[in-house]
Ligand binder design. Structure first.
Ligand SMILES: Nc1ncnc2c1ncn2[C@@H]1O[C@H](COP(=O)(O)OP(=O)(O)O)[C@@H](O)[C@H]1O
Ligand SMILES: [Mg+2]
Length: 244
């Protein structure tokens, strides 16, 4: 098997100190294969978001290792970590995290701005992302003046604008009605199928989890069960006998 795009090895994470110390992750190991969709499921408080944040390098583990394409994240410099987060990773959160008084386009191009792209490139790529999400006509609107479904599509446009390898989504449909949630799910799975973008989705919705290639069940800071990654197409019968 090729090197996983993301790998957690026996990671631990605690919040707080002394009496208030709480072990959110108690030794979790997980491999994410490029191109797959993986659901992280479990009850509220089980550690799902913590695991996603660590995989996305938004936070560092207290123990264990996190590898990005085989490289230990602890050995990657801070600048490269922020570059990875900004350019290789896209984020979709339940709470949207849009800048309310900025325009839709300004919100979408934020990752490009952070990456230092010029105004013209930002506008071109931002509009292209908005067109994909059928929101080009809303580019100049304020983010506050949108429906929930439109906001989440803006968030997906922002997640896409820097052409990421992985999209991390934490309860992406949690604030949406069922029909709008399904549309947002369709957009995410289309990106996975058509562009090979890896999806890491935290959810407590069993139907959304079932749409993913595999499911990781988290309970009290531990992985309770997980399905193995599917065999890759190039390891199908025929011509790979020499592989060990
Ligand atoms: N910043 C924090 N400070 C203190 N405790 C936290 C913090 N973030 C999460 N926790 C606690 O860690 C546990 C796991 O949280 P989280 O990973 O958000 O779970 P989930 O996403 O499965 O609901 C919960 O008990 C939560 O209260
Ligand atoms: Mg959570």
């Amino acid at each position: 098997m090729s090197i996983p795009i993301l790998e957690a090895r026996d990671i631990h994470k605690a919040y707080g100190r002394g009496q208030a110390r709480f072990e959110a992750l108690k030794g979790v190991s997980l491999q994410v294969v490029a191109g797959e969709s993986i659901a992280i499921v479990g009850k509220s408080g089980s550690g799902k978001s913590t695991l996603m944040h660590l995989l996305a390098l938004l936070d560092a583990p207290d123990g264990g290792e996190l590898l990005v394409e085989g490289q230990d994240a602890a050995g990657i410099g801070a600048r490269q970590v922020s570059r990875l987060r900004n350019e290789d990773f896209g984020f979709v959160f339940q709470q949207f995290f849009l800048i309310p008084n900025a325009s839709v386009l300004e919100n979408v191009v934020l990752p490009l701005k952070i990456a230092g792209a010029g105004a013209r490139e930002r506008k071109e790529r931002g509009m292209a992302a908005l067109e994909q999400l059928e929101l080009a006509d809303k580019a100049k609107n304020r983010a506050t003046n949108l429906s929930g479904g439109q906001k989440q599509r803006v968030v997906i446009a922002r997640a896409l604008v820097a052409d990421p390898k992985v999209i991390f989504a934490d309860e992406p449909t949690g604030n949406l009605d069922t029909a709008t949630g399904l549309l947002v799910e369709d957009i995410l799975f289309d990106l996975n199928r058509e562009r090979g973008i890896t999806l890491v989705i935290v959810t407590h919705d069993p139907e959304l989890a079932a749409r993913c290639d595999r499911q990781v069940f988290v309970r009290d800071g531990l992985i309770e069960s997980l399905s193995e990654p599917h065999a890759e197409p190039d390891s199908a019968p025929g011509g790979t006998e020499e592989r060990s």
